[in-house]
Design a protein around this ligand. Sequence first.
Ligand SMILES: Nc1ncnc2c1ncn2[C@@H]1O[C@H](COP(=O)(O)OP(=O)(O)OP(=O)(O)O)[C@@H](O)[C@H]1O
Ligand SMILES: [Mg+2]
Length: 472
Amino acid sequence: MAHSPKALTLTGKHRSLSAPESPMVLHFDAPKVSEFRRLDVSQYTRRNSSNGDFAVNAPETAEEERDAGNQVATTPSATTEPRAGAIDMSRIQALAVRAESMVGQIRQRLLAPESRKVAPMLSTAQLATLCGVDKAHVNYRVGKGDLPAGRLTPTGGKREFTLGEARAWTRTYRAEKMRPEGQRAVCVAVANFKGGVSKTTSSMVLAQGLSLRGHRVLAIDIDPQGSLTTLHGVLPETDVTEDMTISPLCHGQTNDLTSAVRSTYWDGIDLVAAAPFLFSAEFALPSMQMSNPSARFWNVLSSGLEPLRSMYDVIIIDTPPSLSYVTINGLWAADGIVVPIPPSGLDFASSAQFWSLLGDLGTNLDQQEPGGSGKAFDFLHVLLSRVDQADAASPAVRQWIQATYGEYVLPVEIPKTTVTSNKAAEFATIYDVQKYDGSAKTYKRAVDAYDRFVDLIEESVVEAWRARGEVK
Ligand SMILES: Nc1ncnc2c1ncn2[C@@H]1O[C@H](COP(=O)(O)OP(=O)(O)OP(=O)(O)O)[C@@H](O)[C@H]1O
Ligand SMILES: [Mg+2]
């Protein structure tokens, strides 16, 4: 008999999380997805700004000006009107429209058709490092003609390889690390309820690094901000439709995520995208649970992923910076978790809440399935991210992190680096950098750290396959 979940009363300190049976959610009519679609910005944006500058239309009337939040209203207000000068919702909405318009223009400029994201080419030296051989060996093997030969650059006569070619090499040279026959994808969620700790950057770097090492990767963006989607050169506001996201799964329209998968500019990474309308999943998931008590709202993504687990080697999920229904789905679909924490006091304090919320919630969900084995992860890693060597507080907080998380802390630190921040402004990661114009030492320090991070996660993935093989 199907077990119907009981009310999710969190046992610990965290009673504020809205559970599916809490009255707030119970009496909430799930909004239609269309209500989350973008506002009509046409009235505020210039059609074609002749000089190409980013522009927000100047309001033409005093009323428009007031709505846009530029000016304090001076007309006396009726009792139903907001008091003069009050920032009411129409003003907030007007600001939203202006901000969205500007972001849209910046994104369109950076990702215009002629400057669409292009995957980098790999040098012989980079390929040799990935394969664990030296350059002379790569040249010798090219001579044998049984692996892709790349092409010689017209100017310097140097050999370079496309991602697809490089992956054919790494699959050959790193055969012992590839997914064993009959094994399924290992799913890694990158999570921390604190914002801005580099979840998305770590997710993208992991997807790119693992694909370079020969693995077939599926990247899943479940954050309505769509940052991981943007890093793939896909614009959440304009390029993403519902069928490319986890939205139909969350609305109970399908139980198979396969049709949402799209290929990307990066050979070896496929993407399930995200866009702002994904916020509606926060209403749809509890609403689904209410109308069908035998549903398991926390397992919707995991079930939808089932058919894809035999098609990919690694699945990377980038989660939103909050404990939401969608985040829970990301964590419950995962076999392993990576929690990036920058060594700052506030980030460390927030990370403590992550574990207590996850522990309380997990215990509760386990109790919904008596007799079940309970949720367990194959691995869990804390990643010291954005480590600022110049920050005097870093060493102390680093020590707290080491003392608290001990063996869970990965033996690598990602430095705070201008290589990443500059490129991120162009919607790219360090692995997108074809040629770095700054200091070679700065670049090497950053790339070495990211390479080590990817290697460590790959070790955990390989170990998970090995452990599953033994259990069989
Ligand atoms: N190693 C680094 N050095 C410098 N800047 C970095 C580094 N890693 C990430 N950043 C920058 O920090 C900012 C936040 O990173 P990111 O978007 O990856 O964090 P996040 O945890 O996904 O944020 P959110 O919680 O909003 O989803 C971005 O501007 C990113 O470019
Ligand atoms: Mg993010």
